[in-house]
Ligand binder design. Structure first.
Ligand code: FAD
Ligand code: NAP
Length: 389
């Protein structure tokens, strides 16, 4: 049932300078989340995508942070540099390297060693030496974890790195992937994204996730060229449109399932759809509420099970909703249904996987080992697919 995928001149190595035509906050006032809906116009790129694919976005760093780094090392930004990680044939201006090509976060111990080797200020040298002591390994890891390069340059103001020395410590700025939240059957020339904007504080400094805040704050709607590429995936709705689909996607994990449901409706799929969604609060965090409620009212999705983790004292998660509906869930799976999970990899996907095993064992009258074999077979048959991050 996949839409045909044609080739385009644009790829990860040659990203398309797309325009973002919509940037809309999905959470309501009072939410502690900032999740945004973006529409990326594919223009004349010839780019095609299918439900389940991701969009790669090449961000740039925040100009204020770049300016602060230049100020700390006493550079203008015009200095030519050849960052080791980039393996360039010709040098580029420092400002361009810091803005577009290098990551300014996640410092390693190498910068501390370099500063120690260069330090002439006794106080700074002693502090750097203390961080490098073998017994301070954990303290150093904690120190680096709380900091970006700008913090370290600020904390050792008398130990100056040259522009080339600085860039040789920095990693390449990598593109970020986002699950596509639209179907090309419905939006052939657009890609929709559902992005959680990353903002937090460490070491008394406000941090800004590079790519999510690039999209939220720095890309001007319909103006800023935004380099993107389509990353094809094996993740996708059932090829056999008669098969049922169970989709578990809390938070931004809902993104690909918005695409799956649009796609299955447009393709005239006869298999049923069951969506499990969850987030913090029902009043503020019900992403795409009107769309889901309309689909439900029109019978385009059979079930919509919602888990609000912070509407009550005890947390309720999507896997709790799965357990409540264990008998029916098993009947869908036993009948050949496909099971999909998207979102947080560290905790949610593991807990949902456990719930799936438990439900199959209990409802299917199986031992734990038999349930494990059943789930392995589901994976082999591509009936259990995950897109987790
Ligand atoms: C296949 C795939 C699909 C994805 N789909 C989506 C999607 O649909 N929507 C979506 O929003 N994201 C999605 N992601 C994640 C996305 O690619 C980015 O990782 C995410 O947007 C963060 O990138 P960033 O550049 O904004 O943040 P970065 O600058 O990369 O910063 C993120 C880092 O900040 C740190 N951090 C974050 N919060 C805190 C905190 N509270 N305290 C301390 N440290 C913290 C963590 O180390 C984290 O790794 C997907 C990832 C993959 C691999
Ligand atoms: N590094 C981390 O510790 C961390 C933590 C969260 C999210 N993230 C990442 O942040 C990004 C965006 O997150 P998001 O906005 O999509 O949503 P999210 O933070 O994953 O939260 C969505 C919903 O899932 C709930 N949840 C938390 N733990 C869960 C679990 N074990 N099982 C099931 N549900 C669980 C949350 O509840 P509560 O928040 O009320 O518990 C919330 O209701 C993702 O990339 C995610 O991986 C990272």
């Amino acid at each position: 049932m996949s839409a045909p995928v044609a080739t385009s001149a644009f790829s990860k190595d040659n990203p398309f300078p797309a325009k973002v035509t919509e940037n809309r906050l999905l959470n309501k006032p009072g939410s502690s989340k900032e999740t945004r809906h973006f529409v990326v116009n594919l223009g004349d790129s010839g780019l095609h995508y299918k439900a389940g694919d991701s969009l790669g976005v090449f961000p740039t760093n925040r100009p204020v942070e770049v300016a602060e780094i230049l100020e700390k090392i006493g550079a203008t930004g015009d200095e030519l540099v050849s960052p080791a990680m980039l393996k360039l044939s010709t040098p580029i201006p420092l400002r361009e390297a810091l803005s577009h090509r290098l990551a300014l976060g996640s410092p390693t111990s190498k910068i501390i060693s370099t500063l120690f080797a260069k330090a002439t200020d006794a106080n700074e040298k002693a502090r750097l030496e203390a961080l490098l002591k073998p017994e301070a390994k954990d303290a150093l890891a904690g120190y680096l974890d709380e900091r970006e390069y700008i913090d370290i340059l600020s904390e050792f103001p008398n130990t100056k790195l040259t522009p080339q020395e600085l860039v040789d410590h920095l990693r390449k700025l990598m593109p970020r992937l986002y699950s596509i939240a639209s179907s090309s059957r419905v939006y052939p020339n657009e890609i929709h994204l559902t992005v959680a904007i990353v903002r937090y504080t460490t070491n008394h400094r406000e941090r800004h996730g590079v790519c999510s805040t690039f999209l939220a704050d720095r890309v001007r709607v319909s103006e800023t060229p935004t380099p993107v590429f389509v990353s094809n995936s094996h993740f996708g709705p059932p090829e056999d449109t008669t098969k049922d689909a169970i989709m578990v996607g809390p938070g931004t994990g809902i993104a690909p399932f918005r695409a799956f449901v649009q796609d299955r409706i447009a393709a005239g799929a006869t298999g049923r759809n069951w969506v499990f969604f969850g987030d913090q609060k029902s009043h503020t965090d019900f992403l795409y509420q009107e769309e889901w409620e309309t689909y439900l009212a029109e019978g385009k999705i059979t079930h919509l099970d919602l888990a609000w983790s912070r509407d009550q004292i005890l947390k309720v998660y999507v896997q709790d909703k799965m357990r409540e509906k264990a008998a029916e869930l098993w009947s869908w799976i036993k009948g050949g249904g496909h099971f999909f999970v998207c979102g947080d990899a560290k905790r949610m996907a593991k807990d949902v996987d456990q719930a799936l095993h438990d439900i199959i064992a209990e409802q299917g009258g199986m031992t734990i080992e038999q349930a494990q074999d059943y789930v392995k077979q589901m994976k082999k048959d591509k009936r259990y697919q995950r897109d987790v991050y």
